[in-house]
Write a new protein. Sequence first.
Lengths: 381, 242
Amino acid sequence: MTKRIDRRVMLRALIVLVIAVAAFIALGASGSPAIASTTDTVVAHSAALSNEAPSALTQDTTTVHATADTESSGVGDNRYVQQFINGIVFGLLLALASVGLSLIYGTTGLSNFAHGEQVSLGALLTFFFASKQEVSLPFLPVEFSIGWPLLPSALAAIAISAGTGWLQDRYLWSPLRRRRVSIVQQMIVSIGLSLAMLNFIQWWFGAERKRLTTSIDTRLDLGLFSIGQTTIWSVLIALVCLGGVGYFLLKTRTGRATRAVSDNPALASASGIRVEKVVRLVWIMATGLAAVGGILLALYDNAAAFDVGARLLLLMFAAVTLGGLGQAFGALVGSLVIGVAVEMSTLWIGTDLKYAVALAILILVLLVRPQGILGRAERVG
Amino acid sequence: MTDAPVIVDADDLYAGYLPGIDILNGCSMRVQEGELIGIIGPNGAGKSTFLKALFGLVPIRSGSVTLGDEDITNMRADELVKRGIGFVPQTNNVFPSLTVLENLEMGTYQRPKAFKAQWERIGELFPKLVDRRDQRAGSLSGGERQMVAMARALMMDPKVLLLDEPSAGLSPDRQDETFVRTREINRTGVTVIMVEQNARRCLQICDRGYVLDQGTTAYTASGQELLKDPKVIELYLGTLGA
């Protein structure tokens, strides 16, 4: 029965997706001169994100001097399809961060405002390990160059980021929970932590945008749209990670225990589940996933700044709320909707307003379906 | 009281949810192996708090709880499950997003290898659950959820089962079914400590009853004796059908 219910929901989402794709293709086929004047929308996301790039430019090859440009050469034949694909890509990468945020909310009830900084940390730690220019550690006067290849750099960044999740839960969140500090107070602590981390990251890495790789991405023209090879790899990695999370939650005993803790921590404890252990694992997973998201977004976006996560935080919250609070799969669906809405909106309105569109959609969906897209209304009595 | 060994001994408990505010004020209880104990009392007497304190969900500020010879005062709930205590809360007693089967699997979380055998055993006790194994627990009726909750607690083969108002919110038919099941479970050798609002029905099936008032044990006697006690009748049972 449950499987049937789940399938029904998934089928509904699939139908909406198929109709949307068909509509976009049909619209595209009929042509739309109205959008001809639109500036390079393929890199709209990149451009918007890089608007805040500081003017202090350096000669460093891994520091971005201007708007991302490597993707601008490849625009597909159909802008609707192109933007839709861009939206799916952005949504998938956003989902990596949102799923972790949702898992933390589900298991602890905490809306973690410092999650955005975990995204930035993942990207910038990768820069730290991969950069051939001189870098330094906080509080140490010594400068050195590491220059590892991208993959080991990313893996090291993910491991360290996951470690920060362990540290945070071990020395901050777990003691606060033990002392029965209210969830609102914990949320305020997370806002403080977010600001502290944001300033720390800026102080450590500087304000300019950093490129994780200097290689130029080659684009594949697939007819209706084009896509960069790095982006394809990013999407594949995101799919593997999200698939892994799904498998963990549905098919493993610890994953089911995580869902149980998410449903009812007191009952989970009464069932013999070590709730604190599960929550610690969730923190490690969430911060690790945020790092993966940060790295892939930085590759997609050509660079990352210290505040990339902070600027995405509201979208992550929107995705989590839209999908259904505390529902990991909801966060994925919510992210995809947000990603597509953000990218598609740039076809009709200015890029400055695209995040507002995402939040407008959030409000509309919640008015119609208060529990979110995949949230379930529980039977009473 | 028989000469069976004491399995749970709660001695002079003071406990409460908020610092400085005690709900239990010197509550004591001795439970022998294999007994079915009913706890009744007015609203706010501390019945559910007592059960939660036994199960480590409410901090005990003074007094002690022993399980057999072991001091289990303020022990973590998952440790208590390991030692053979099961707990069925009054509300929110299932994992709504998990299927019935997954709910029961959580009952054997500490002994996953025992799941298959336990599932077969529980299936005989609650055949309806076998039919609904793949249904999401959040979509079940109140009675069915209660069944899942009891079954989940029994999956670990507990020595002691704590039931917090198992008949609350159920139709009269379902209430009867729940009491019959509780007695059946007790007959398999499980010691049951049950808090109930339906005092008459509870006392009818239990071996001994405790009457709690203002966080302390007011009376204790066999269920049948309490059913005939004029003061208990006046305060908790009413006069009809006494």
